[in-house]
Each structure stands twice: as structure tokens, then as C-alpha cells.
Design a protein around this ligand. Structure first.
Ligand SMILES: Cc1cc2nc3c(=O)[nH]c(=O)nc-3n(C[C@H](O)[C@H](O)[C@H](O)COP(=O)(O)OP(=O)(O)OC[C@H]3O[C@@H](n4cnc5c(N)ncnc54)[C@H](O)[C@@H]3O)c2cc1C
Length: 393
């Protein structure tokens, strides 16, 4: 389990990590992962929290789970570059992905906006994995246009009464708490009447229903609220300022979505497929593969330039939207080529017995939502058009 945030050992270890150069730190992280990682590598899907728990706890105990949080809150206070190195080295080794919402989203929110009571209650429980979060933002009718959300909280003394419905709540069926944007004032402009609340998922009146996706999984959920009572103490930040609270979240995760790993992994599988089917003799197929390889090199250059800019300025420029677009759309095109070149293998709903790294339909389907969640491609293009190119809205 995690260490007490303020032990001498914790402070000394964070200081030692901070004192290393980036190159030295990368080697320390790389060796530590190779010695410590205890779960299956390169899993095709994100596993349940219970499966990932040993790795979550190991990262937490080493100070690599919340490397960007300040030391006084149990983090390691490391630079952006060192935070990225920890992610990159996990990706390189093929460590499993976990539910990181607590660490990446809720923790930083509470560190910035939370009351001392909220910080003392939640932060250690996030580091220990005792609380697992889901994100209650999207609603039927409020996705890209999130500010149109209608799930409402009405004040009743020291409590709020919540009614409405969220949708696409990832892992609501595996979470113990939800952080949700709720409408707390219907009389003002839509961005101005939204507040953020934290609610236990076992609150009377919350029900969750899984949504079966194309891969057969039920990670996505409907979350219904019927007269759910939430203490006023669970409001994060100021009342009706939830939009600003949420906007402050848009930080490092925008760099992470641009990690070249998914496309690189897809391209390696396309290479395997072409070897299996003898497609290296087919000029058109080789041309297509070469184009992807060049596009991947372009993307890596873009990623490194964006990262360098963030590290140098400490800010996340609007053109970072390009990273998500470039990575997810390349991943789309690579998995489309897999389907084109796979012939009858492409129609299988199981991995190939002799080549279990080739599971084309699954790779194709897993690529589809990447251009939707975290802001669709069209929304990213709108951001680039208006905020980077200065085109009219
Ligand atoms: C795998 C996955 C996990 C998710 N997890 C969560 C989660 O945990 N919590 C949560 O709250 N939400 C989650 N979402 C929801 C996600 O944030 C929304 O799906 C996304 O914001 C798009 O909203 P929408 O689905 O309502 O589509 P819409 O906003 O209705 O968009 C439909 C289409 O119209 C286009 N469009 C919309 N507005 C514009 C515009 N102004 N200009 C041009 N085109 C436009 C879109 O690009 C899209 O192609 C998840 C989604 C997916 C796919």
C-alpha cells in the first residue's frame, strides 16, 4: 500500500528523484519497471481495477503513481518531463493501463480547489486505490456541447438533491465515487450555472446500467440519478464555477493522448500481418505501409516538439489539439489497412491461434472510439481553426 504522504523516506526519495537528470531518471524508471512489474504485459484491453491493483500499489509506494502532485500531498513534485518519462517507460514495457482518473483528474482538482477536509479525506484514498473514480460529464444531448448538460442539483438545506442521467460513464460499474458536473442554476448563461460535485456510487438513487460496445465489453455505462442527496461539503470549488474548475484539468493528459504508442503498435501488427500473408511482394501494400511509417515519424516529431514546448513554457498551447488528431487518425488508418489486407482473417472474432498478436477485428474496433472521447476530431479541428489559425467561429 502507499506510504504515509509525509514520511521522511517519502520526502527523501522524492528529492533524490528530482535531483537526477532526465536521462538518469529514465534509466532508474526503466530498471525499476523491469524488476517490479508483475502482471501480464501488452494486454489488449484495460483490465479491471482489482487485476491492476498490485501494479497501482507498487507505483504508489515508489512515488511513481502521482509524480506531479506536490510532496506535501503525497506526490513526488517531479517536473513535467519526468512525469512523461514515467508514462513513456510504462508504455515501452507494455505495462497495463489502469483507471487513472483519481490520480490524473480528481487529485489535481482537489489540490487546487478542494477544501482541507476534502484533501485530507480523498487524496490518501486515491493514492491507496481505496477510491476508484468515474467521470460523470456527458449526457444524452450534451457531449461535444457539454455546457448544455441538464442533470440538476437543487439545494435543500445542507444537501443537494440530484436528478438526471449521465451517459458513456467509463467504468461506472467498477467505480466507488463519481465526479460530476451538475446544473445548479438554470437562470443564467449555460456555462455559468454548472458546479462540480463528488458522490459515492452507493448513494441511494444512483443506478448504473452497462452499455455493450462493439467489442462485446461493458466498460461504458448509463448512470441514473433519482433524488440522490449529496452533502454541500462535496461541492468542489465555488458554486456555479464548475466550468472553470473543469477547464483547469486540461493539462498533461493532452500530451499523453498524443503518445505515438498506439500507432506504433498498430504498425508493428500490420508488419506481422504482411509477413504472414506474403504482402511484401505487393507493391501497393508496401507503398501503403511506407506511407504509414513516414506518417508515424512525422507524428513522433510533432509529439517531441509539443512536449519540448510544454516543458520549456510550462503551458499547454491550443495547438496541442493537433497531437490527438494526428495520433488517433493515423491509428484509424492503420487499422483500416489491417482490415483491407487481412482477407478472411479480418472477419474473425478471436485472435489467430498460431499468431495471437493478430486480432484484426478487435484492433480495428478498439481504434474507433479514440477519435471520439476526450473531444472528437471535429472539435479538435474547430479548436485549431479558431484558436490557432484565428479563423472566424
Ligand atoms: C470510449 C469512450 C469513453 C468515454 N468516457 C466518458 C466518460 O468516462 N465520462 C463522460 O462524461 N463521457 C465519456 N465519453 C463521452 C465523450 O466525451 C463523448 O462521446 C464526446 O464528447 C462526444 O459527444 P457525443 O457522443 O454526445 O457526440 P456529439 O457531441 O453529439 O457529436 C456527434 C457528431 O457531431 C460532431 N460535432 C458535434 N459538435 C460539432 C461542432 N461544433 N462542429 C463540428 N462537428 C461537431 C462530432 O464531432 C460527432 O462527429 C466517452 C466516449 C467514448 C467513445
Amino acid at each position: 500500500m502507499t506510504t504515509d504522504p509525509m514520511t521522511t523516506e517519502h520526502i527523501a526519495r522524492a528529492a533524490a528523484d528530482a535531483a537526477l537528470t532526465d536521462e538518469e531518471f529514465r534509466l532508474v524508471v526503466r530498471d525499476w519497471i523491469a524488476e517490479t512489474y508483475m502482471l501480464e504485459r501488452n494486454l489488449r484491453i484495460r483490465p479491471s481495477f482489482d487485476y491492476a491493483r498490485p501494479w497501482y500499489n507498487a507505483l504508489s509506494a515508489r512515488g511513481f503513481l502521482a509524480p506531479g502532485w506536490p510532496v506535501e500531498h503525497g506526490g513526488s513534485g517531479l517536473s513535467i518531463m519526468k512525469q512523461v518519462i514515467i508514462v513513456e517507460e510504462q508504455e515501452r514495457f507494455g505495462c497495463c493501463r489502469m483507471n487513472e482518473m483519481g490520480v490524473v483528474m480528481v487529485g489535481p482538482l482537489l489540490i487546487r480547489y478542494g477544501t482541507p477536509e476534502q484533501q485530507q479525506f480523498f487524496l490518501p484514498k486515491i493514492l491507496s486505490g481505496e477510491i476508484r473514480w468515474c467521470q460523470g460529464y456527458s449526457e444524452p444531448g450534451a457531449g461535444s456541447d457539454l455546457a448544455s448538460l441538464r442533470t440538476e442539483a437543487v439545494r435543500d438545506g445542507d444537501e443537494w438533491v440530484v436528478n438526471g442521467q449521465k451517459i458513456w460513464t467509463t467504468r461506472a460499474n467498477d467505480a466507488t465515487w463519481i465526479f460530476a458536473l451538475l446544473r445548479t442554476d438554470k437562470t443564467v448563461a449555460k456555462h455559468a450555472g454548472i458546479s462540480m460535485f463528488l458522490m459515492p456510487m452507493d448513494s441511494p438513487g444512483i443506478t448504473v446500467k452497462g452499455i455493450r460496445d462493439l467489442t462485446g465489453g461493458e466498460e461504458l455505462c448509463h448512470t441514473f440519478f433519482e433524488n440522490v442527496r449529496v452533502p454541500h461539503a462535496n461541492l468542489v470549488g465555488e458554486l456555479n464555477k464548475g466550468w472553470a474548475v473543469n477547464s483547469s484539468l486540461l493539462g498533461l493528459e493532452r500530451v499523453y493522448v498524443g503518445l505515438p504508442k498506439h500507432s506504433a503498435h498498430g504498425l508493428a501488427r500490420l508488419h506481422d500481418l504482411m509477413t504472414l500473408t506474403g504482402a511484401w511482394d505487393d507493391e501497393a501494400a508496401v507503398d501503403r505501409f511506407t506511407q504509414f511509417q513516414l506518417d508515424l515519424e512525422d507524428h513522433i516529431a510533432l509529439y517531441e516538439a509539443a512536449l519540448e514546448q510544454v516543458v520549456r513554457t510550462g503551458e499547454y498551447p491550443a495547438n496541442i489539439s493537433l497531437l490527438k488528431l494526428s495520433q488517433t487518425e493515423l491509428y484509424h488508418r492503420i487499422t483500416e489497412a489491417m482490415m483491407d489486407m487481412g482477407g478472411e482473417i479480418a472477419g474473425l472474432f478471436d485472435p489467430l491461434v498460431e499468431h495471437d498478436n493478430l486480432f484484426l477485428s478487435n484492433q480495428f474496433l478498439l481504434a474507433r472510439p479514440t477519435t471520439i472521447y476526450g473531444g472528437t476530431s471535429e472539435v479538435q479541428r474547430n479548436i485549431l481553426a479558431t484558436r490557432v489559425l484565428g479563423l472566424p467561429k
